[in-house]
Ligand binder design. Structure first.
Ligand code: UDP
Length: 464
């Protein structure tokens, strides 16, 4: 096969993802872009995580596994998060080295490890084996910059009440806009250590790749590039076909689907096809967040009271929290356990996205021109929500009450603000502006396109 010969000449990357849906998705999409340019790619994550992945039709990426020491249950089987992450580092280091030695024996020697920036130990493996080591940042540069400044002691923890947080290249934030690990500071929290630890050896990586695009974060990108000259933005990491308004000219086989998912998706396109243009609120709180029963009830009532049609992703594990009287399918509403989110967001029936503001969801909505109702819950989501509303101006923020619940009235008002009121027009027109910039960034000659070409060239030079 012509692609194979080209791939053999151009290099082989092992792409190592942290075991979470929101981490494997951007790395998978980036892998497709490498493959498209003739690079061989082997996507790798942990055994337990990969055992749950459903391979969708048309998947084109080879998948291999390493061990985190908890092959029969992953993080939930560990006594605590710290024990899990220590085991992932230790067992992962050993099994990643073994995997690469195995791949080297197959006639397609590995040249490079592109590792999730959470897995800093993979850089040590790449050094030991004489390979390129590339750190892949799955959050945006604004959040990365915040964590970086904390890691370097330039932003001190704990944050002080009413502190005005002013960091170079970023708008000023209040403490409550900061990622939850900083705002709700708990020394020794394993996830706090994980997000700050990303920067412990990043300066030694051969490249630093970020799942964002330049036009989205110009000031902070220029600034971080001064600190890390080998930083490149490559996003948005969503299928070209969707960015291209479903025009398939610019795609290649398997491009339009996500390839893998840990949840079984449900068909909702037919239902959406029967809804008027921009009439549906799409609601999804990502792959990890779990809401209280009270919150689920308020969401269900708020959506129903809004009178707006809605498509709501309620994962299996959350379903029992829905009110008993709530119907999962009516003329105006559909509840599914999982869907192909980027495909749904690109559907013309979608009028707004009620989102937890996970970075992938945010980037997908921004790139597909869908205005957002931000309902941030933890991690970097509050920071993303602030930027969505105040910087990109492509959404509104649902109000939480003093118990941390978004009440039905608050949800209804936020949806109406976008779908019915004047404010919605401004937000929608901004969303279209960002959609165009996103498409421009990844198409030929765009900022991310050039960055990927430069990276691929550097790999090709290894093999001449
Ligand atoms: N997603 C999906 N189908 C769904 C819900 C989510 O494919 O029904 C995908 C979504 O497109 C995104 C990822 O799951 O790529 C979630 O990542 P994000 O960073 O938004 O949130 P997390 O799950 O990490 O909290």
């Amino acid at each position: 096969m012509e692609g194979e010969t080209k791939a053999a000449r151009r290099g082989h990357c092992v792409v190592l993802a942290y075991p979470a849906q929101g981490h494997i998705n951007p790395m998978l999409e980036f892998s497709k872009r490498l493959l498209h340019r003739g690079i061989s790619v082997t996507l790798v994550s942990t055994r337990f995580f990969c055992s749950k992945l459903q391979k969708l039709p048309g998947s084109i990426i080879a998948l291999e596994t390493i061990s985190d020491g908890f092959d029969d249950g992953g993080i939930d089987k560990a006594e605590n998060h710290k024990i899990y992450l220590d085991s992932l580092r230790q067992v992962g280091t050993q099994t990643l080295s073994e995997l690469i030695e195995k791949l080297n024996r197959t006639g397609k020697p590995v040249d490079c490890i592109i590792y999730d920036s959470f897995l800093t130990w993979a850089l040590e493996v790449s050094r030991k084996l004489g390979l390129l080591g590339v750190s892949f940042l799955t959050q945006n540069l604004s959040v990365d910059s915040i964590y970086y400044h904390v890691n370097k002691g330039k932003l001190k923890l704990p944050l002080v009440k009413d502190q005005n947080i002013s960091l170079p290249g970023l708008p000023s934030f209040e403490p409550c806009d900061m990622p939850s690990f900083l705002y709700e500071y708990e020394p020794g929290n394993a996830f706090l250590d994980l997000v700050l630890g990303q920067f412990s050896n990043i300066e030694k990586a051969d490249w630093i790749i970020c799942n964002s695009f330049y036009e989205m974060e110009i000031e902070v990108a220029d600034l971080m590039r001064k600190i890390w000259p080998n930083l490149r933005t490559v996003g948005p990491t969503i299928p070209y076909k969707l960015l291209n308004n479903n025009n398939s000219n610019n795609t290649f086989e398997g491009e339009e689907d996500y390839g893998f998912s840990i949840f079984k998706g449900e068909e909702c396109t037919k239902w959406l096809d029967n809804q008027p243009k921009q009439s549906v609120a799409f609601v999804s709180l990502g792959s990890m967040v779990s809401s209280s029963k009270e919150q689920m009830k308020e969401l269900a009532m708020g959506l129903t009271d809004s009178g707006i049609s809605f498509l709501w992703v309620v994962r299996d594990s959350e379903e029992a929290k829905l009110p008993a009287s709530f119907s999962k399918k009516t003329k105006k509403s559909l509840v599914v356990t999982w869907c192909q989110q980027p495909k749904v967001l690109s559907h013309e029936a979608i009028g707004c996205f009620v989102t937890h503001c996970g970075w992938n969801s945010t980037m997908e909505a921004l790139s597909l021109g869908v205005p957002m109702v931000a309902l941030p819950l933890w991690s970097d989501q509050r920071t993303n929500a602030t930027i969505i509303k105040d910087v990109w101006k492509i959404g509104v923020r649902a109000e939480f009450d003093e118990n941390g619940i978004v009440r039905r009235e608050a949800l209804k008002n936020s949806i109406w603000e976008i779908m019915k009121y004047e404010r919605g027009c401004e937000v929608k027109s901004n969303a279209m502006k960002w959609k165009n910039l996103a498409a421009k960034a990844v198409h030929e000659g765009g900022s991310s396109w050039k960055n990927i070409e430069e990276f691929v060239d550097s790999l090709s030079h290894l093999n001449v």
